[in-house]
Design a protein around this ligand. Sequence first.
Ligand code: C2E
Ligand code: CA
Ligand code: CA
Length: 265
Amino acid sequence: TNIERRCLLESHLVDALKNHELSLHYQPLFSLQHQGVIGAEVLLRWHSPLLGNVPPDQFISLAENNGQIIAIGNFVLHTAIEQAAQWLCRYPNKQFRIAINISPLQFRDVDFANYIANLLSLYQLPPSSLELEITEGVLLQDEQQAKHIIDRLQTLGVKISLDDFGTGYSSLSYLQKYSFDTLKIDRCFITNLEKNEQDRELTRAIIAMGKKLTINVIAEGVETQAQDDFIRQEECDFGQGYLYGKPIDAISFERSYLTNKQIND
Ligand code: C2E
Ligand code: CA
Ligand code: CA
């Protein structure tokens, strides 16, 4: 049953970090205007010797329920920031950024912005090369604290991106309260662009709104040339999806997108 599966996963997840079963994949963020990779989103991977590969959709919520997401999230931050700093050192590029998903629980720590500031100086990564992806879940909890942390991060120069845009309840009021650097249009709008007129209108409207508010827009889950054509025609800034590249490990990412200088200056 579902409950049994969750219990099983949870009992194995406890030691996953300690046993080095967690790793990071990197998926290219593609500039539609420059036709090149300008960064990567970091995606957590769990390979359990007993359970095999477990997708994040199955274990992140467990880790959020038992609080483990803090330790796991810190591992992600350390690993990805160190990796980005190394890449930036080897392949200097002002544009390059690494986008890291942040759980609402990580935002409950009043000192979260300081934690980030310390990591940036520890690994010598310029703040503008770091983007943190948050969802509405972050903003739904203690709103004042969230605002305080976001302000502090943006003052440092860290970018904030609103993930899964369009799927929540009141995203528009959040656009009024915060000045996000990036909006990520949820994959559910992109998937049926070819078939569905309404999805086309909504996607068009979100891109236009981003432009008016001078927020960068990323379309998520772009898989086909027709989807790419559409978002390009609407002058969307960035695309992410299997069409441009799947999430891959750091070594493969470096080989595919950094060494052969596909990156734009
Ligand atoms: P997300 O932040 O919306 O990440 C995008 C998801 O879409 C990733 O799934 C990615 O592999 C998938 N994707 C990208 N392009 C395509 C495409 O063209 N087609 C399809 N069908 N899928 C595509 P993934 O890696 O399974 O991650 C799922 C979710 O788990 C993420 O959704 C994010 O909410 C969460 N997650 C992943 N890594 C972390 C992490 O380090 N920390 C936290 N808190 N959450 C994470
Ligand atoms: Ca994300
Ligand atoms: Ca997303």
